[in-house]
Write a new protein. Structure first.
Length: 231
């Protein structure tokens, strides 16, 4: 199943399973990268492994550190302990360092998602699909993309949105799903971001807050029923 609503959860702290079960996102992205300080990487990895051993009612996606880093190498080694149906989300898609043989071996039979976090990532999306056997989808990362472009992340700028739409057009041409990046801000800003994701035609959206899961699901369901609808 390709998720419409994916919720980031930091593995740097205890995972609130009750809150996840009450909101029921289509996917949960267990984050070992941006939301996890270096000092907590090992603890977070152990927590993720423990959580992922139990079957969940959502699509589970593990966001690892880039395999070229020490934390990423440890993440790759830990994949042997993680069920095969867990997707792997790889950040820093066009890092100067390759994914490496260890990742290619560990991820051989897994579905892999790629982060798009700079303009070069977006320009080279076709190449990214060839780096792993099963590239299932892309996820926009607006914070790093904004830094790469030298524009503001909040409030969301027109230039940043346009770059996201460039990624969307390429993803559609490749026939690969693209989840829109997180909009950070107050309720009004988040609602505006959701309206943009739905109206633009993104496959789905990524979120930080469980409270936003239900409104996002309703918005995409409404679009599925009538593509002219913008919630």
């Amino acid at each position: 199943m390709i998720p419409r609503v994916a919720l980031y959860v930091s593995c740097a702290r205890d995972i609130d399973q009750r809150s996840l079960l009450s909101s029921l996102p289509d996917a949960v992205i267990y984050d070992l990268e941006d939301s996890t300080p270096v000092a907590l990487k090992d603890e977070a990895r152990a927590r993720a492994i423990s959580s992922l051993q139990t079957p969940q009612p959502w699509c589970s996606i593990l966001r690892i550190n880039h395999p070229s880093t020490p934390a990423g190498a440890a993440d790759v080694a830990a994949l042997a302990k993680i069920p095969r149906d867990v997707r792997i989300l790889v950040p820093k898609a066009l890092s100067a360092e390759p994914l490496g043989a260890a990742f290619c071996d560990a991820g051989r039979d897994r579905f892999v998602w790629r982060m798009l976090e700079c303009q070069d990532d977006i320009s080279n999306m076709l190449d990214l699909t060839t780096q792993t056997r099963q590239c299932e989808g892309f996820v926009l990362g607006y914070k790093d993309l904004a830094a790469d472009m030298g524009v503001a992340f909040r409030p969301m700028t027109t230039a940043l949105r346009k770059e996201g739409l460039r990624a969307l057009n390429t993803a559609k041409n490749l026939g690969i799903p693209l989840l829109d990046g997180v909009t950070v801000g107050d309720d009004a800003e988040i609602q505006a971001g959701l309206q943009h994701s739905v109206a633009a035609g993104f496959t789905g959206v990524t979120l930080y807050r469980t409270a936003d899961v239900h409104p996002a699901r309703l918005a995409f369901v409404a679009r599925d029923i009538d593509p002219r609808v913008v919630v």
